[in-house]
Design a protein. Structure first.
Length: 87
């Protein structure tokens, strides 16, 4: 990746940049690239949501203790770290 320096950065643009970074929860650098791509009419990268949304809300509080144990047992392997992969 290349690095660029921008001189004469207007205060109002800095405010907007900081606002976008804060709203999106991203770095100033990522916000700057986002705004540059948007302004240049380039495709914006697909955003990955930080949350699942409401798709699973119907299940909250609906499992019995037995169902909970079954699910937790089924996903237990996903919690294991394969130390050979981290060498």
């Amino acid at each position: 990746m290349r690095q660029l320096t921008i001189r004469g950065f207007p205060t109002e643009l800095e405010r907007k940049l900081r606002s976008v970074a804060r709203e999106r929860g991203i770095s100033l650098n990522k916000a700057a690239i986002y705004l540059l791509r948007k302004g240049a009419g380039l495709n914006l990268p697909q955003e990955q949501p930080d949350t699942i949304g409401t798709a699973l809300d119907a299940y909250i509080g609906s499992w019995t203790e037995k169902e909970e144990r079954t699910v937790l047992e089924a996903v237990r392997d996903f919690e294991l770290v394969d130390k050979d992969l981290w060498r």
